[in-house]
Unconditional design. Structure first.
Length: 266
């Protein structure tokens, strides 16, 4: 595999793992989370949309492309530009999406190339992939940023479109293999913040605290609203408000009782 489908490469990222990083956003995702802030990542295929740009106060219509196929060498050349910043900050390269394991062969090649160049690697994953795919990238991945959206299987199916049994099983597989894993829990008011579901999430983390060091609580945000409009996609959570600071702090303190480091955001 010599090429990969991406929709962005973000340099100087600071919320996708430790230090200063370059995040490679890969196209394609098996989930359809209602709160997704990268809906342009759903399909592997590029998407072209109409956007309005301002020029001298006037609106001018133009096109914007979400997605392109690029050579793996191009990706590596791009991430190596900032090697100095990675070394100074303890950073590296993060592969995100979408779901990067939908392009498992290309992902494995890129991770190998990064490690061969002495770069720290992270994979931001929803966990919905075959265990074989995790096995093939395990030794080349320094950190897994692992989403925990729901523990209740019915809620997971309702709001993401897939069952979560494989996701929870893969989480335990990685922990059992000694992988470094940070659980990332999206916080969507009125969707997964009910007492019962939060208790299930808390219990899942607490039971595995001996294998973890850190948890991230990710507050829902509305920054993707324009993307849904451009892509002519329905935004099912357009009515949901972002969680307030007091509520996020209360969750942080609750999860800190596990003895783990807990951060709000990445």
């Amino acid at each position: 595999m010599s090429s990969i489908d991406i929709f962005d490469i973000k340099r100087f990222a600071v919320h996708d793992g430790p230090g200063i990083r370059t995040t490679v956003f890969m196209k394609g995702c098996p989930l359809r989370c209602c709160w997704c802030h990268n809906p342009e990542s759903h399909s592997r295929e590029p998407v072209t949309v109409q956007v309005e740009r301002k020029l001298n106060g006037k609106g001018i219509m133009s096109t914007k492309n979400y997605g392109e196929r690029v050579d793996l060498d191009f990706v590596i050349e791009t991430v190596l530009r900032d090697r100095h910043f990675y070394e100074e900050s303890g950073g590296g390269v993060t592969f995100s999406g979408g779901e990067p394991l939908m392009q498992a062969e290309a992902l494995e090649s890129l991770l190998r190339m990064c490690r061969d160049n002495g770069l720290h690697t992270a994979v931001d994953t929803c966990g919905f992939a075959s265990q074989d795919h995790f096995e093939r990238i395990l030794e080349h991945t320094g950190l897994f940023l692992y989403d925990l959206k729901y523990i209740d299987p019915d809620l997971h199916l309702e709001y993401t479109g897939v069952d979560n049994r494989v996701i929870l099983s893969n989480a335990d597989f990685l922990l059992g293999q000694g992988a470094r894993v940070i659980f990332r829990i999206p916080v969507i008011p009125g969707i997964n913040t009910g007492d019962d579901e939060m208790q299930r999430l808390f219990s899942f983390v607490e039971e595995r605290k001996g294998f973890l060091e850190e948890v991230h609580l990710l507050p829902y945000h509305r920054i993707a609203e324009n993307k849904y409009t451009r892509l002519k996609m329905k935004n099912r959570l357009g009515h949901i408000k972002e969680p307030d600071t007091r509520f996020m702090e209360s969750l942080r303190k609750r999860f800190e009782t596990t003895g783990l480091k807990v951060s709000i955001g990445g």
